[in-house]
Write a protein that binds this ligand. Structure first.
Ligand SMILES: CC1=C(CCC(=O)O)c2cc3nc(cc4[nH]c(cc5[nH]c(cc1n2)c(C)c5CCC(=O)O)c(CCC(=O)O)c4C)C(CCC(=O)O)=C3C
Length: 472
C-alpha cells in the first residue's frame, strides 16, 4: 500500500482537536480520479467535487454510435494490477459487466503492410529476437543489428535517459522506430527521444540498471511476472462511462458540474476555494486535474510545485470512431488493432478493431473501429475540421486493412491537452513537487500529472489520495 504522500513529516495519523467534526474536503476535478477519491471518502468526510465541465468523467466518455454505446475515450483498463477492477467491482459491476478482449494480437503497419507485433516484448523492447525475426517488422539489416544486443558492453551511466536513447544504443534505432515508439505513441502520444525510461517503462529501466544485457534483464522480469490466463485488459459492457455514472449516482449532490474553481487560497484554518458562487472553506483540498490546471491553481499557494507542473507538456489527441458494413470489413485481420510507427508518416497513429477486440461489439450489425491521431509535437491532424479528419482517417484505415467500402458513420472526439508527457527526469520532478507540497498540509495533488495514465493508475491514485486525506 502506498503511504500518504502529503504527510512525510510524520504527522500521519495525528488528529486535530476537533476530530469529531466531519472534515470538509474539496475535490477539484470530476474525472475518474476525483470521483473515485470522493467515493472512497464519502462516509468519512463531507466531500464536494467541483467539475468545470457540464459532464463528469474527464477522459472517459461513451457515446451512442451506430445504434449502441461506444467509448470514444479510454476503452479499457489494465487488469494486470488490481485497483481498477477493484473499483469496478466495488461499484457493483460483476462478471457479466466486465469483458475481456477476445484477442490480444496487435499489428504494426510498417514496411508496406500489417505485421504482427512480435510476442515476448516489454513495451516493444524484445526479449526474444526469433519472434521479432518471424514478425517481419525489422529489415534484415536492422535485425542483424538488434541481435548484437546481448554481446554489447554495458555503458549505462547513472541517471534517467530517454527511451529512444537507451533502447537505440542497445538494439539500434529500428527497434525504437518500429516497436517501442508506436506503443509509447498510443499511451503518451509522445516522442521516444524525450520520454523518460524510468517513468514510462519502469521494467526496462530496472533491467538496464541491474543487468548488462537488456534482453537478459527483461527475460528475467518476464519470468518473474504473473503468467496466468487472466486478461491483461478489461472493459465495461455498455461503456466505460458506467463507472462514472455509478460514482456520480453514489455521490449525488456532492458533485457540482459546470463549476470551475478559480482560486485556491490558504487561510488560518485551512483552505478557501473560490468559485463563481463565492469562497467556501475546507479542511482539505484534493487537486485531481491535469498538470496545467493544477499549475494555475497552485500559483501563490505553492509556487515551486506550480512551476514544475507548468513545465510539463501535454499532447492533444483525437479519437475517430468509424462504422463499416460488416461484409466490406471482412478483410480486417484477426487482432485487437494496429499501431503505426511515426516514421511511416501517416495521420493515424493507432487503431483499435473494436468489433474484433470486444465480443459485445462483435455482435453488432456494423463493424466498429476507432483510430487515434495527434502527437505532442504534431497537432496538424487536429487542425482539420471533423469532416476532413474523418475522411482522411477512413482512407488510411482502409489502406491498412483492405476494407472495401468507405465508413457509413463516423464520430470525432477531440481531447485537448489530454496526455501529459513524462519526459526525462520525470521522477525527480515528481519528487520535487511532492517535497514542495509537503509544506502545505491539507493540500493534495493527484491526477495524470504525477504517476500514471490510464484508469488503473487513476484508481490506484484515488486510493492513495483518500488514504492521505483520511490519515492526516
Ligand atoms: C491513449 C491510448 C491509446 C490511443 C487511443 C486509441 O487508439 O484508442 C492507446 C492505443 C492502443 N494501445 C494498444 C496496445 C497496448 N496498449 C497498452 C497499454 C496502455 N495503453 C494506454 C493508453 C492508450 N493506448 C495506457 C494508459 C496503457 C497502460 C500503460 C501502463 O500503465 O502500463 C499495451 C501494454 C499492455 C501491457 O502492459 O502489457 C498494449 C499492448 C493498441 C493496439 C490495439 C488494441 O489493443 O487496441 C492501441 C490502438
Amino acid at each position: 500500500m502506498v503511504v500518504s504522500a502529503a504527510a512525510p513529516d510524520g504527522s500521519a495519523g495525528a488528529r486535530g482537536p476537533d476530530a469529531e467534526r466531519r472534515r470538509r474536503v474539496a475535490i477539484v476535478g470530476g474525472g475518474i480520479t476525483g470521483l473515485a477519491t470522493a467515493w472512497h471518502l464519502r462516509d468519512d468526510a463531507e466531500v464536494t467535487v467541483y467539475e468545470a465541465a457540464t459532464r463528469p468523467g474527464g477522459e472517459i466518455r461513451t457515446v451512442e454510435f451506430a445504434d449502441a454505446p461506444m467509448d470514444v475515450g479510454a476503452d479499457a483498463f489494465l487488469a494486470r494490477h488490481p485497483e481498477a477492477e477493484r473499483l469496478a467491482r466495488a461499484l457493483g459491476l460483476g462478471d457479466e459487466d466486465l469483458v475481456a478482449p477476445a484477442t490480444g494480437q496487435v499489428h504494426v503497419w510498417t514496411r508496406g503492410r500489417l505485421r504482427p507485433l512480435p510476442g515476448g516484448t516489454v513495451f516493444g523492447v524484445p526479449t526474444d529476437l526469433r519472434e521479432v525475426a518471424r514478425s517481419g517488422v525489422l529489415s534484415p539489416a536492422a535485425l542483424a543489428r538488434a541481435t548484437l544486443e546481448p554481446l554489447l558492453p554495458r555503458r549505462e551511466g547513472p541517471g534517467d535517459r530517454s527511451v529512444a536513447d537507451l533502447v537505440a544504443r542497445r538494439f539500434g534505432t529500428a527497434v525504437v522506430d518500429a516497436l517501442v515508439e508506436p506503443l509509447l505513441g498510443g499511451v503518451y502520444a509522445g516522442r521516444a527521444d524525450r520520454l523518460s525510461t524510468e517513468a514510462t517503462v519502469p521494467p526496462v529501466w530496472a533491467a538496464a540498471t541491474a543487468h548488462r544485457s537488456l534482453t537478459r534483464g527483461l527475460r528475467e522480469h518476464r519470468a518473474g511476472t504473473r503468467h496466468d490466463d487472466r486478461p491483461v485488459f478489461l472493459t465495461v459492457r455498455g461503456g466505460m462511462s458506467r463507472l462514472v455514472t455509478r460514482l456520480q449516482d453514489a455521490l449525488g449532490g456532492r458533485v457540482r458540474l459546470a463549476t470551475p474553481v478559480h482560486e485556491v487560497e490558504a487561510d488560518a484554518a485551512g483552505w478557501r476555494l473560490h468559485t463563481e458562487n463565492g469562497p467556501v472553506a475546507y479542511d482539505e483540498v484534493v487537486l485531481a486535474v491535469p498538470p496545467a490546471v493544477a499549475a494555475r491553481l497552485l500559483v501563490g499557494v505553492c509556487d515551486d510545485a506550480a512551476r514544475e507542473l507548468a513545465g510539463m507538456a501535454s499532447a492533444s489527441v483525437g479519437v475517430v470512431a468509424l462504422a463499416y458494413d460488416r461484409d466490406a470489413a471482412a478483410t480486417v485481420p484477426a487482432g485487437s488493432g494496429l499501431l503505426v510507427p511515426r516514421s511511416e508518416g501517416r495521420l493515424i497513429k493507432a487503431a483499435t478493431f473494436s468489433s474484433r477486440k470486444w465480443p459485445h461489439h462483435g455482435e453488432r450489425e456494423r463493424f466498429l473501429l476507432r483510430a487515434s491521431v495527434g502527437r505532442v509535437d504534431d497537432a496538424s491532424a487536429l487542425e482539420l475540421d471533423d469532416d476532413e479528419l474523418a475522411d482522411r482517417v477512413d482512407a488510411e484505415v482502409r489502406a491498412a486493412t483492405g476494407i472495401l467500402e468507405p465508413a457509413e458513420q463516423w464520430f470525432v472526439q477531440r481531447w485537448p491537452a489530454a496526455l501529459p508527457q513524462y519526459d526525462v527526469g520525470h521522477r525527480a520532478r515528481v519528487e520535487r513537487i511532492r517535497h514542495a507540497l509537503a509544506a502545505r498540509p491539507g493540500l493534495h495533488l493527484g491526477g495524470t500529472a504525477l504517476d500514471g495514465l490510464g484508469i488503473a493508475a487513476r484508481a490506484r491514485d484515488a486510493e492513495r489520495l483518500a488514504a492521505a486525506v483520511r490519515t492526516r
